[in-house]
Each structure stands twice: as C-alpha cells, then as structure tokens.
Ligand binder design. Structure first.
Ligand SMILES: NC(=O)c1ccc[n+]([C@@H]2O[C@H](COP(=O)([O-])OP(=O)(O)OC[C@H]3O[C@@H](n4cnc5c(N)ncnc54)[C@H](OP(=O)(O)O)[C@@H]3O)[C@@H](O)[C@H]2O)c1
Length: 282
C-alpha cells in the first residue's frame, strides 16, 4: 500500500510567511497534506502576521510561543538570507526541539551553516526552488543531512512534488541550481520582454505580443520535456532552407546569445557561492 505523506498529529512551523513561506503554507492546505490547525507561522511584523492569519486561516505571530515549538516536527525557514542565522538562534532559545526537521529555502544558506547557527546536529533539509512555485510549476532541488526521519522526508518531498519538478541532489550542486533554475525565471522574463518588443516593433499590440510569447515559451518547454529530444534536434525540425527561422537564428548567433546565456548562469552561480561564504548583514 502506498504510504501517505500526511503528518496527522504533528505541528508544522513556517518561519517567515512572506511570498514563498505563505505559498508553501497554502500548498500544504490545498493539497490536504496538513490542516490549518496543524500549521503555525511567524513574520517580523504584526501587520504581516494579521494578513497571513486572515488569508491562510493559520495561527501567525511575531514570536513563536515555546508550546508551539515544543510540538513542531517540521520547521520551514523562509526568511531572507541576512536574517536567517539570527532567526535560527532565537528559535533555539525559544525551545526548538533537537529532533525537529529544519527545511530551509534560504538562498546561499548551507546545511552546515544551519547546524553551526544551532550548534548541534539538527536534521536539516535544504531546498533550492523558484517562484513558479506560486503556480505549481516550480523546479525544486532537495539535499539533506543524513538524519531525516522517513516520515518527515516523505512529507517534504511530497509537498514539493505537488508544486512541480523535484529532484534530490548533492549539496555541491545547489549553487549552480541557484544560478540556473532559481534565478532562471528572471532571465526568462527579460527574454520574453525582448521577444514581445520585437513583435511590437513589427506591429503587434503589446498584449498580443506578450501572450503569444508566453505561450510559445511554454509550448517549446513542453516539447523538450515530453519528447525527450535534444533542443538542437527540435530546432532543426523548424529550420527550413532559406526560411525565416534560420534568418532569426543567424541574428541570435551574431549576438552571441548562447554564450551570453550560459555565462549568465556561470556568473549567478559564482555569486550564489560567494553569498554562501560571506557573513550576511544583520
Ligand atoms: N523569491 C524567490 O524567487 C525565491 C526563490 C527561492 C528561494 N527564495 C528564498 O526564500 C526566502 C524568502 O523569500 P521571499 O521572497 O518569500 O521573501 P519575503 O516575501 O520578503 O518574506 C520574508 C518573510 O520573513 C519574515 N521575517 C523577517 N524577519 C523575521 C523574523 N525575525 N522572524 C520571523 N519572520 C521574519 C518577513 O516578515 P515581514 O513581512 O513582517 O517583514 C516575511 O514574512 C529568501 O531567503 C529567498 O532567498 C526566494
């Protein structure tokens, strides 16, 4: 019989219920992986906490009471990188259980950083995901310490599987995935904007140009995913002799598009690596 990913008796904490944290909370509720009574959250300000309480129907406060932390089996850490270490230390003081699984989506924060901020071998999962999580089209990489209880591990993997593609990776690959897929939506927005500009330049209404660009990008991505074929082979299919596509491709090659995009990933990866090594501002 297939094991369910629910944790019926457990408590789940979301520390930093901002854009990403709140989206995770909503996904847990929408998928039935958790009930509102089983989730608590925190934000930095009371105003944000009220919004989260109203929109998600879960308990949300500025400081988590010890009685919540003492029951918590999974704690999602969703604050900004510069806040993470301080927040972890205050959670420790407030009574975070030694066997609670910390699930961090914080950019650049390593498994070792989390364990060192807590000063103990806390079971920890590091997630690299991206904002298409908001529309359940994320790509998520998971890496973890070796001491994750099976039940919590299944829950986290099940949650992200509901939100798109999920794959377990070695932690050494987290920086390149940050530079490729976590930053990637921003690259694609820029590219899509440029395509739409081309359409507008040649007479399309902005709205039409954007809608056709977005659907074209989605269609091409689906072709790559479903066919399993190399993009170069798919490209050959649509490149007729003396045709318009080869004319457009020549312009892209003149502009060094391929090396420009590949180097963008290289540069973002180096920045992610440096972010992980630097002491973030308080
Ligand atoms: N956005 C992305 O594309 C993306 C993708 C993958 C991963 N990430 C990572 O996800 C994390 C969150 O990003 P986000 O875009 O969701 O940020 P965000 O919307 O700014 O959310 C941050 C949340 O943390 C709360 N917070 C700050 N200090 C706190 C504290 N001391 N205790 C409890 N809560 C605290 C904030 O509360 P207030 O609202 O009261 O200030 C807010 O709810 C970041 O580390 C980011 O690197 C982001």
């Amino acid at each position: 019989m297939k094991k369910r990913n629910t944790l019926p008796a457990s408590q789940i904490g979301i520390v930093g219920a901002g854009v990403m944290g709140a989206a995770l909370g909503r996904a847990m509720l929408d998928t039935g992986l958790a009930k509102a009574a089983g989730i608590w959250a925190t934000t930095r300000t009371g105003a944000s906490a009220s919004v989260v309480e109203k929109e998600l129907g879960i308990r949300c406060t500025v400081h988590p009471p010890t009685q919540w932390l003492q029951k918590t089996k999974i704690l999602f850490l969703c604050v900004k990188p510069g806040q993470a270490r301080g927040v972890l230390k205050s959670l420790l003081k407030a009574g975070l259980r030694a066997d609670a699984v910390v699930v961090s989506i914080v950019t650049g924060l390593t498994l070792a950083d989390i364990q060192s901020a807590l000063g103990r071998a806390q079971p920890t999962i590091r997630i690299i995901t991206n904002t298409p999580l908001l529309v359940r089209e994320a790509c998520t990489a998971i890496t973890s310490t070796g001491n994750i209880p099976a039940e919590q591990g299944r829950f986290v993997k099940g949650l992200f599987a509901h939100l798109g593609l999920v794959q377990e990776v070695e932690e050494s690959l987290c920086d390149v995935l940050t530079g490729l897929s976590a930053s990637g939506p921003a690259y694609m927005y820029l590219i899509m904007e440029a395509f739409a500009d081309g359409g507008v330049r040649m007479g399309l209404a902005r709205e039409t140009a954007l809608q056709f660009t977005a659907q074209m990008v989605r269609g091409a991505a689906t072709m790559v995913q479903r066919s399993g074929r190399h993009p170069a082979s798919l490209r050959d299919d649509v490149t007729t002799p003396s045709g318009c596509t080869i004319a457009g491709l020549f312009v892209m090659e003149d502009g060094k598009l391929r090396s420009t995009l590949a180097r963008a990933v290289e540069e973002a990866t180096k920045t992610a690596r440096a972010l992980g090594q630097s002491t973030p501002p308080k």
